[in-house]
Write a protein that binds this ligand. Structure first.
Ligand code: RAT
Ligand code: ZN
Length: 418
C-alpha cells in the first residue's frame, strides 16, 4: 500500500504555498548552490553548537569561508544526522553527485556549470514542484526596486504579500509609507487608515498577491488596543475582504532570542489561540491560512479548524519540519480534519532545498495516508487509484487552491452550471 501511495504522490505536481525563493528575474536574491545550502540559517544555528569562535568573527567571514566552517563542523567532524544536514546530502545525491567522497571543492566545481534559469527547471523537476509561492515584502530594500522597475514574470513563481513590519513595527512602517508618498501619520486616523489601504491595494496589485501574510510572536492577542490588532481589524482584514484574499498567520515565533545568531537567532513560544478563535468567529467573511510553530499548539489548531471553515491549516513550519514531528502532526491533522488541510510547505530559502524538503515530507505524508487507507481497507472500503490521485492533489495544493478562491465563487460557479 505504501509504495502505491508513494507513487501516486510522486506523480502529483506540488504547489508549494510558502517559500523564500524568488523569480529568477530577481537575480542574486534567488539563492542556489552548495555554499548557499551550507550557510542556510538552520545549519548556522547547528554549527554554533560545535564552533567556539566568537559570533562576530563568523559574521565577518566571506560566504565561502562560513560554508567551509559549517561543512567541517557538521559534515566532517560529526555525522550529518540532523534534518537540515541530511537535507543537504539528500539534495546532492538526487542531483547525481557522489556524496561519499566528502569533497567540498569537487561539489563546488559541479555547480559552476549551471545557469540559474536552467537550474530552476532542474530543481523543480527533481522536487516534483509545479509552482512556488514567494514571500514578497515591499519593506525589503533589495526586493522593492525590482518590483518598481517591473520585469517579465516566470509563471512558476507566485507572489504573496508579506506585511510583518506594517503590523509589528508600525512606527517605523508609517515613516516608510510616508516616504513612499502615502499620507500617513503615527495615529490611526481615518485618513491614515485609508492611505494604508491604498498602500496594500497598490502592492497587492503590483505583485499579483495570492494572499497576505504575517508572522506573530506568542504574545499576539486579539482584540487589543495595540496598533497591531487595530491595523489588522481596520486595514488588513477589510483589504482582504475587498480583494477576496486570504490572510496567512504564522503564529508562535519568538524573534531574536539570541540576536548574535542573526537570522538563525529566532525561537519558539506557545501561542494563545483564543485570539485566532475570536478572529475566525468575528470575521466569517475573512479566510485565514494558519500554521503554528509550537508543537503544543498543533492539536488546538486542528480543533479550531473543525469549528471554523474560514480557517485552513497549513505546513509543518520551521522547527516542526523534522520527520518525527511531520509524521505526528500530519497523522493528527488527517485524523481530525481529514483532507481539508495543506500538510506541508517547503519554506525553502535556497532553490535546491526544494528537492530534499519535498522528498522527505512526501515520503512521510505517503506513509500516513497509506496507513489511513489500510485502516479503511480493513472494513472493505478500498480506495481506488483515481480516489488516491484526487486525495493527493488536494493535499499537495488543491485544497489550498480551493480555499483561496474568493468566497461564493465556487457556489456561484455551481449555480451557473445548473
Ligand atoms: O523557516 C524559516 O526560514 C524562518 O526563518 C522564517 O523565515 C519563517 O519561515 C518565516 O516565514 O517567518
Ligand atoms: Zn517562511
Amino acid at each position: 500500500m505504501t509504495a502505491k501511495v508513494e507513487a501516486v504522490l510522486a506523480a502529483t505536481p506540488i504547489d508549494d504555498i510558502h517559500t523564500h525563493l524568488y523569480d529568477p528575474a530577481f537575480g542574486d536574491l534567488l539563492l542556489w548552490g552548495i555554499d548557499d545550502l551550507l550557510v542556510y540559517h538552520y545549519l548556522v544555528a547547528e554549527a554554533f553548537r560545535y564552533l567556539d569562535l566568537p559570533y562576530e568573527k563568523f559574521w565577518v567571514l566571506s560566504k565561502a569561508q562560513q560554508a567551509e566552517l559549517i561543512w567541517n563542523a557538521l559534515f566532517i567532524q560529526n555525522s550529518p544526522v540532523s534534518e537540515a544536514c541530511r537535507g543537504v546530502i539528500t539534495t546532492l545525491h538526487a542531483l547525481g553527485l557522489d556524496v561519499r567522497k566528502r569533497d567540498l571543492p569537487a561539489l563546488r566545481q559541479w555547480f559552476t556549470k549551471w545557469k540559474a534559469e536552467e537550474y530552476v527547471t532542474r530543481c523543480l523537476e527533481l522536487a516534483g514542484v509545479r509552482t512556488v509561492c514567494m514571500t514578497n515584502s515591499p519593506f525589503d530594500d533589495l526586493e522593492r526596486p525590482v518590483w518598481e522597475k517591473g520585469f517579465s514574470r516566470d509563471e512558476r513563481f507566485r507572489a504573496a504579500l508579506r506585511i510583518d513590519p506594517l503590523l509589528l513595527t508600525w512606527g517605523d512602517a508609517a515613516q516608510c509609507l510616508a516616504r513612499w508618498g502615502y499620507d500617513v501619520g503615527p495615529n490611526l486616523t481615518d485618513k491614515t487608515i485609508s492611505e494604508v489601504r491604498r498602500f496594500l491595494a497598490d502592492w497587492g496589485q503590483r505583485i499579483g498577491a495570492r494572499y497576505l501574510m504575517v508572522s506573530f510572536g506568542p504574545e499576539f492577542d486579539f482584540p487589543s488596543d495595540g496598533s497591531c490588532a487595530r491595523l489588522l481589524e481596520k486595514v488588513v482584514l477589510p483589504h482582504c475582504r475587498e480583494f477576496g484574499l486570504p490572510m496567512a498567520l504564522m503564529m508562535g515565533v519568538k524573534r531574536q532570542v539570541n540576536s548574535q545568531l542573526r537570522q538563525a537567532g529566532d525561537g519558539v513560544g506557545l501561542s494563545g489561540l483564543g485570539a485566532l478563535e475570536r478572529l475566525c468567529a468575528q470575521f466569517p467573511e475573512n479566510r485565514f491560512l494558519v500554521t503554528v510553530l509550537a508543537r503544543e499548539n498543533q492539536y488546538e489548531l486542528c480543533v479550531l479548524a473543525r469549528k471554523f471553515r474560514n480557517l485552513h491549516v497549513f505546513g509543518c513550519w520551521w522547527f516542526n519540519n523534522v520527520p518525527s514531528l511531520v509524521g505526528e502532526i500530519t497523522r493528527l491533522r488527517l485524523e481530525l480534519i481529514g483532507l481539508s488541510v495543506t500538510p506541508q510547505h517547503s519554506d525553502a530559502r535556497v532553490l535546491d532545498q526544494l528537492i530534499y524538503k519535498w522528498r522527505h515530507s512526501r515520503q512521510i505524508i505517503a506513509q500516513v495516508l497509506a496507513d489511513k487507507y489500510a485502516d479503511l481497507a480493513g472494513t472493505g472500503w478500498v480506495v481506488s487509484e483515481a480516489e488516491m490521485k484526487r486525495d493527493a492533489e488536494s493535499l499537495l495544493g488543491g485544497a489550498f487552491g480551493k480555499f483561496c478562491q474568493p468566497p461564493g465563487s465556487s457556489s456561484a460557479e455551481k449555480l451557473r452550471r445548473l
